[in-house]
Design a protein. Structure first.
Length: 140
């Protein structure tokens, strides 16, 4: 049985839901960054893993078989790694929002969910992963 933690980001509903509910998922985009609140995190850095879910109408790409009609997965993944490895921030929430804004810059994307994992985080108790998910909609 699927638990809420396994379910992934919530599916958008209502007027912002794209026609057909099509989506593209990129899972496990990995980079090394220096994000974190504590000075040691900023000095040593660590691995960050990002999962993206972008809702958009995929019918133009399906009809034409043309990459220009959809998201270039490789280009988006490289841009996300650039965000992970770029300017450090204190909070995962800030990094996730930065990545969500990047996705929404493509006018075809109607909604996005971004999960940023910090699997190697140092905690006072054993933790397998810390993750933050933000979900944003285009204001168009």
């Amino acid at each position: 049985m699927e638990t809420p933690a396994d379910a992934g980001p919530p599916t958008p509903t209502g007027p912002d839901r794209p026609v057909g509910g099509d989506r593209i998922d990129l899972v496990g985009i990995t980079g090394y960054g220096y994000h974190g609140f504590y000075p040691a995190e900023r000095r040593q850095g660590q691995r960050f893993v990002v999962d993206l879910r972008c809702w958009l109408d995929l019918s133009p790409a399906a009809a034409t078989d043309d990459l220009a009609e959809t998201i270039d997965y490789a280009g988006l993944a490289a841009a996300v790694v650039g965000d992970i490895e770029g300017e450090p921030v204190d909070l995962l929430e800030t990094l996730a929002t930065r990545i969500a804004d990047r996705c929404l810059h493509d006018r075809r994307v109607r909604q996005v969910a971004v999960t940023v994992h910090k699997p190697d985080v140092q905690m006072p108790v054993p933790v397998a992963d810390v993750a933050v998910t933000v979900q944003r909609s285009a204001d168009r």
